[in-house]
Design a binder for this molecule. Structure first.
Ligand code: ZN
Length: 107
């Protein structure tokens, strides 16, 4: 008698577990759908300033808000990057020029 009851109890709990599993699956599906939808909508509706993260108009291609601070930061960054690139080019030329000279000497 006891084992039969136990078996039934196990079977019942297994069934309910299966139901819960299905419910979880459905729930995950619905939430995934809704988050995807809203995320997609938000992405279409606006952009964020790449410096301060403020919401800006999606028509702005430079990804900057109207704040002068952000514009200045980007300009400074651009200058530093340009300078860095220049130094890199000088360094590469300096490293390669002896080899280039010897190559041209052989040819
Ligand atoms: Zn900004």
């Amino acid at each position: 008698m006891n084992t039969k009851r136990l078996k039934e109890a196990v079977k019942k709990s297994a069934e309910s577990m299966g139901k819960i599993n299905e419910n979880v699956k459905e729930y995950a599906k619905s939430t995934a759908k809704s988050t995807f939808k809203s995320g997609n909508k938000n992405f279409k509706d606006h952009k964020h300033c790449k410096i301060c993260g403020k919401t800006i108009s999606p028509t702005r291609d430079d990804l900057l808000c109207n704040s002068q601070d952000c514009i200045d930061t980007v300009e400074k960054d651009l200058k530093v990057k340009k300078q860095l690139r220049l130094w890199m080019i000088i360094l590469v030329i300096a490293l390669l020029s002896p080899q280039l000279l010897t190559l041209s000497g052989i040819l």
